[in-house]
Write a protein that binds this ligand. Structure first.
Ligand SMILES: [Zn+2]
Length: 308
């Protein structure tokens, strides 16, 4: 595959299994590195619902097993592995903060810098591959309004500027609760239908799209995540991002040896069967897709690089 020949590739994997599941074929095409982002051990003694469903009784046990699986998979894939210690969304209970964003940016910059210091005969830019955010989505206006409304409500209530305003809050509070319950119901309905796009994937993608915006020292690739793509493919999300940020999304696919991929993803045995519990398609070479897909991020040449 000429698009990746004589290049180095960094696949940024939000969780321990995303790179192998989504990019095993890509990783095999070049001198590659996986950067696993959510590799930290959560505080506390109780496993998340997901880790409990996978049979773990303690967050540390889950994290240690996942790290061992990650190292075994990287060895099978024949690529380097780097790991950050961020905590995944199922334990965090809040949005990722600036320290998390900085750690991710620093790790990617360090990889790019190391690539340029050890370039040898390579002439093409290195490739950084990040998740596109495939999977079922809640409608955007519901989430966007919810985020903006919350701080305003808190400020008005704490300021207590007038009885009218307090009265209005009293009237609005039950309506907000109804709206929130409707949101939770809708989310549960969607989850029953399939996998929702993961917030950790969106976090990784958005931080790096912003950080690598208009950069000409790397080629950026949005990869489509398995098994999320079985529930909703990444095309609409790639188009939305291209429209909102201002780049051209150029689709590309590459083949994958399904025997090789089955062996690599099989290393993540603690959670593989739970990711597709009905059909168990991730565990057999007959049912794993024989190609993988992504979108090149092509920045417009005429933009001045002043930022997003
Ligand atoms: Zn993931």
């Amino acid at each position: 595959m000429t698009a990746f020949e004589n290049r180095r590739i960094l696949v940024v994997s939000p969780h321990a299994d995303d790179a192998a599941l989504s990019c095993a074929g890509l990783l095999a095409l070049a001198d590659s590195t996986i950067l696993t982002v959510m590799g930290g051990v959560a505080n506390g003694d109780a496993p998340s619902a997901w880790d409990a469903a996978c049979g773990f009784t303690h967050p540390r046990e889950a994290a240690q097993t996942r790290e061992q699986e990650d190292r075994a998979a990287a060895e099978t894939l024949g690529c380097a592995l780097e790991r950050l210690r961020l905590i995944d969304a199922s334990y965090l209970g809040r949005a990722h903060d600036e320290a998390d964003r900085a750690a991710l940016r620093t790790a990617v910059d360090a990889w790019i810098q190391a690539e340029y210091l050890d370039r040898g005969t390579r002439r093409w830019r290195p490739v950084v591959a990040i998740p596109v955010g495939a999977g079922l989505r809640m409608t955007r206006p519901v989430r966007a309004r919810g985020r903006k409304d919350a701080p305003e409500t808190t400020q008005a209530a704490s300021a207590g500027v007038s009885p009218w305003s307090r009265g209005l809050q009293l009237i609005l509070a039950p309506l907000r609760r109804i709206k929130h319950r409707a949101y939770v119901r809708r989310k549960r309905t969607l989850q029953a239908r399939g996998l929702l796009a993961h917030s950790d994937h969106a976090f990784v993608r958005d931080v790096l799209l912003e950080h690598l915006f208009l950069r000409d020292d790397v080629d950026l690739l949005l990869y489509e995540e398995l098994p999320y793509l079985w529930h909703q493919q990444g095309d609409a999300e790639a188009s939305r991002l291209a429209d909102e940020i201002g780049f051209t999304a150029s689709e590309i696919s590459w083949g994958v040896d399904s025997t090789f991929k089955t062996e690599a993803v099989g290393k993540y045995s603690s959670q593989l069967k739970h990711l597709d519990p009905q059909s168990r398609r991730l565990e057999s070479k007959e049912t794993l897709p024989i190609f993988e897909r992504g979108w090149w991020v092509r920045w417009p040449r005429t933009m001045d690089g002043s930022g997003m």
